[in-house]
Design a protein around this ligand. Structure first.
Ligand code: CP
Length: 311
């Protein structure tokens, strides 16, 4: 692969809030190249051959963990995988002690998912390795937002000017916040939609529209990114029942059939079929959900490659 002249403005990827539009475009251009690589019969390049990456997952994950691991393997990095339940964190060790012990074994980069918002920025200030945030509590999930925007660009040609609706549990979603930052930087028009109890008041100040009407939002948008209800983060009830949530906010085939245009359906996963989205929408020709997953590997390869170049 050709070495790119440009570089990122940062040596960590903590959130989309802290990177520039140029950074995002550079990640996309690099991911275009890596997408071509991972569709070849031989999917591996030697770009990170002397780099060791630790994947620290303190919270459950399917897509992000597997996607980062594949991205690292495709770049020929050495990998160590770590989950909270099998580690000495469960014996009372601090996060910083755990990470410093791993770094003492000559690890260069850390990919971390953690339930505490701010855990990655806390580490980035205290350790010498590059940090990539793989989701920190309700704060940010930057690689998810990058792969979402990259998938919109791939499907619709560009992101600027497109109307993107984010529908669902906005209050508990790191995906929603990172998507808003990313789409705003790329010039999309953004709307969040859901029950009033699941949309924080500060969202209007982020420069997005707010709606509580799913049918009208689907008529408005070019792309609907549907989010699940994050019950694991809800200690009180925000709506009466999942059945009522589905009745008022679930995206259904009938809603799509009522539109006089085609829209793109996205979902970051995991999907709760029959709650926020029906199977005949998730599996329809409108859906690019599995393309999002495929693009995640190319985006994560790009992020790791560009951060490694920053040292
Ligand atoms: N989209 C996403 O973060 O999925 P996982 O929780 O499975 O990683």
């Amino acid at each position: 692969m050709q070495k790119m002249a440009k570089e990122l403005s940062t040596r960590h990827l903590i959130g989309i809030k802290n990177i520039t539009e140029d950074d995002i475009q550079l990640i996309f251009e690099t991911a275009d190249n890596f997408k071509e690589v991972i569709n070849r019969p031989i999917k591996k390049v030697p770009s990170l051959r002397d780099i060791t990456v630790a994947n620290l997952f303190f919270e459950s994950s399917t897509r992000t963990r597997v996607s980062f691991e594949l991205a690292e393997r495709r770049l020929s990095a050495d990998i160590v995988n770590f989950t909270a339940s099998s580690s000495s964190v469960s014996k009372g060790e601090t996060l910083l002690d755990t990470v410093n012990n791993i770094l003492a074994m000559k690890v260069d980069m850390v990919v971390m998912r953690h339930p505490a918002p701010g855990a990655c920025v806390y580490l980035a200030k205290r350790i010498p390795a590059n940090i990539v945030n793989a989701g920190d509590g309700t704060h940010e999930h930057p690689t998810q937002a990058l792969l979402d925007a990259f998938s919109i660009r791939e499907k619709l040609g560009e992101v600027a000017g497109k109307k993107v609706a984010i529908i669902g549990d906005i209050l508990h979603s790191r995906v929603a916040l990172s998507n808003v930052f990313c789409l705003n930087k790329l010039g999309a028009k953004v709307r969040v939609c859901g029950p009033p109890t699941l949309i924080p008041k500060y969202y209007e100040a982020l420069g997005v529209e707010v709606s509580h009407d799913v049918r009208e939002t689907l008529r408005w948008c070019d792309v609907a990114n549907v989010l699940r209800i994050q019950l694991e983060r809800q200690d009180i009830k925000y709506f009466p029942s999942l059945r009522e949530y589905h009745q008022y906010f679930g995206v259904t085939r009938q809603m799509l059939d009522e539109l006089d245009k085609e829209i793109v359906i996205m979902h970051p996963g995991p999907i709760n079929r029959g709650v926020e989205i029906t199977s005949d929408v998730a599996d329809s020709r409108h859906s690019i959900i599995l393309q999002q997953v495929e693009n995640g590997v190319a985006i994560r390869m790009a992020v790791l490659y560009l951060l490694a170049a920053k040292g």
